[in-house]
Design a protein around this ligand. Sequence first.
Ligand code: SF4
Ligand code: SF4
Ligand code: SF4
Length: 272
Amino acid sequence: MAKVFVIDVAKCTGCHNCQLACKDEHCGNDWTPYAAPQPMTGQFWCRVEEHVRGSIPKVKIHYIPKICNHCDNAPCMAAAQDGAVYRREDGLVIIDPEKAAGQRRIAEACPYGVVYVNEKLDLPQKCTGCAHLLDHGAALPRCVDACPTDAMLFGEEAELRDLIDGATVLAPETGARPRVHYRNVPGFFIGGTVYDPDKEEVLEGASCRLQSGGKTWLATADEFGDFWFLDLPAGVFDLAVDRKGYRTRAFAGIETGAGKSVNLGDIALESL
Ligand code: SF4
Ligand code: SF4
Ligand code: SF4
């Protein structure tokens, strides 16, 4: 049966336990024929990436743990010679540590950058899905077992179907068809703070209307004068900020995308 990983970004605290557990399992331990030892430095078969969005004081952070995607249509397999990369019946993609020696093209072929070259052994290496543990009775890979928030799950695709539906994969445009599914990856945000400069007070209840490509999003400034538009797609937006008794402020061409969310800062409304 085919295994998958499901990673819920909303549950990930960035504690790095998964990253450390992977290191503990593989650094200095020879799990041939699954994998040669991972070097102490230079490789992260599990790597927790920090993503910071916005600017002070409107900042949001999330974490994306990255491992091999054990792709259904794996470019690393296509690039390997002599069957040096193969897929097991359970779907895990393994680099054979003996056959793969000298085949750096395996690392170059991975569109996700998760294959590292062990310079000492002249060997491409990556996450094995901890197949050596699974084959000896373990239910979970080390990284999944070490996660204190259940942000990382591993199991049968059929049993995790409800969680996979609505999830996404990294860079689907590669066509590699990853078997690591991510839930709740946040989109971009646009935020700001509305205030009255004469009274030096925030303006609770200001209406904010955001538009792009024929779509409209609405938000209302809270008791701190803050408004947030969360989970936006990449795009170019126009914003109108309105409150009874004040002149409307308009902002055109606000851009999100390429990792960029936008804090518009303090927005002064002029009283009528
Ligand atoms: S993520 Fe890269 S190394 Fe892993 S299976 Fe896909 S192509 Fe191969
Ligand atoms: S499945 Fe095993 S090898 Fe892969 S990232 Fe997790 S701990 Fe590391
Ligand atoms: S162990 Fe779990 S919560 Fe901690 S960084 Fe890894 S996935 Fe996130």
